[in-house]
Unconditional design. Sequence first.
Length: 323
Amino acid sequence: MSLPLKTDVSLADHQRPLTWLTVIAVVSTAALWGGNPVAAKFTLMSDYTDYGLPPITVSGIRFLLATFFMLIWCQFEKSPWRITPQQLPTCLIAGTLLAAQIGTFTIGVQLSNSTHTTILINTFIIWIFGYEHFVSRTQRMSKLQVIGCTLAAASALVTLLLKSKADTTTANNSDLPGLLGDCIIVISGALLAAKILFIKANLKTVQSGTLMLWHDLIAVIWFVAIAAYFERDQISIDQVNHLVIWGLIYQGVIVGGLCFAIQTLLLNKYSASRITVFSFLTPIFGIATAATLRKDPLSPWIFLSLALVAAGIYLVNRPQVNQ
């Protein structure tokens, strides 16, 4: 999940109550993001299916689709397609961070399962608040937010270290969680936080739509180069079926394109804190989708981890009351 950020919301915007239509839009976006790891799992090759593509190839196709969507979005938003030479380094860094984050995310999904992925990737908020509290000191955490970070971190430890019998007896062996894959997802979460913080710091130099377009395009260039070198012999059209195609469209157009567009429209009207508080719903939708479509096991440890990350992210994002 890559969240566009806005830094110039007025106090009136912050206090404006959410309409029912806005709430429906935010909850729908959280649901769509929750389905992203499941869609990725359907597109990835494994030893237990006769279809799928290697992870970097999947990442490249996904953001090629997202790039086309952003071309249309920039026209709608009236953001320029072109960038200046002074803006190029910012776009290169953002695109490289995106490539690293999505690459590790997709590899992690391949080596783990959708349920673990949706829990672990949403702990990215821990890194963001930790950086802003301890390093940049741009946002000092309250006691409740510290507790929230601790709970979210505890959820990651539960997911990484504790496995139930259901985790090892599921019929679909391609969806068995793996410690290596889980660790890679944690790294992807840290990279996602770094990318969000970098984009937030550079929105004044490059318009948001333009920056998203170019960081998608640069990431695609990275993916094409890496896939051509490491995955060329693993790519076959015979391994592409309707599940792979629909999974790629979902990741590229729905998540990489539409979710960003909806989020940007909402952030133009409301403060980020009022919108991002709903992100705690994403793991719930993700786990429900994984259990329904991928038959991921719903063990007691998963519910404990889900409760911890939901409580943690909520406390971190909870709007503070002025004393």
